[in-house]
Ligand binder design. Sequence first.
Ligand SMILES: Cc1cc2nc3c(=O)[nH]c(=O)nc-3n(C[C@H](O)[C@H](O)[C@H](O)COP(=O)(O)O)c2cc1C
Length: 274
Amino acid sequence: MSLFTINQEKCKRDGICAKDCPAQVIVWKNKDDFPMPAKDAEEFCINCGHCVAVCPYGALTLSMMPVDTCPSVQKDTLPNPAAIRHFLTSRRSIRQYKKAPVPHDLLHEMIDTARYAPTGSNKQQVHWMVFENPADVNRFAALVIDFMGLTLPFINDDALVRRMKRIIASWDNGEDRIMRGAPNLILVHSPADLPFAEADCVIALTCLELYAYAHGLGTCWAGYFTTASNMHAPLIEALGLPAGHRCYGAVMLGYPKYKYKRIPQRNAALTTWR
Ligand SMILES: Cc1cc2nc3c(=O)[nH]c(=O)nc-3n(C[C@H](O)[C@H](O)[C@H](O)COP(=O)(O)O)c2cc1C
């Protein structure tokens, strides 16, 4: 089966699909010719679907991606820059949560949206692990605290040691500064030998975080957990990631107890203009 087929009645032979193909697997010579798969097209196609998405006439169907399965872009539904800027700058890390877990369908929808995040060579190897049971999230927090206690004697950074001691002391006083009492946790993992595994995972989780905010949910990156998830044997065992995978990030999430009324100041961007 050919990598793609062209509906010759719809195709205007403008060559846009060939020009936009990132892998250059579409050959188009001139206005007299229809686009054709290049030699070895199957081998080099990254299945990104740009050819299907960019054709103004819906004339191209990828064998793996029929044009009818690709919804039209709704220009009127796209937010304007001012709305996006306000959205991005008003997002906050949430550390006070209501007890209610996030409904399963909403968790599913968030992942279903975040899977559209870009990945290196369109590999789409971001794996999601979703913890819906608050007891699991709390159990992981306890394991991270154990890990902190074990590593303290080996840390040379005095400021970090003092910070970690305070976190452990809080835990002993019944205050969870690891998962912040969040009811849910989502982590991303990927094969560690994938060239852009970390970037792919972090970008996808960032998209999920933003979409969660759009739904009125709160999230916070679980940095201490992420470190422990790849180093602390009891936590590694509890998570049970596939062999060869690493956890590249996690966010706790739930419904925020408090709403933010202002956007705090941030440092000026560290930019070099050349
Ligand atoms: C990679 C990463 C790891 C983080 N880990 C934690 C964490 O373990 N616990 C926590 O309370 N906040 C964590 N944060 C949240 C940051 O502290 C927070 O983003 C920062 O203070 C700015 O606040 P804002 O997100 O509300 O703008 C983390 C953020 C990032 C990006």
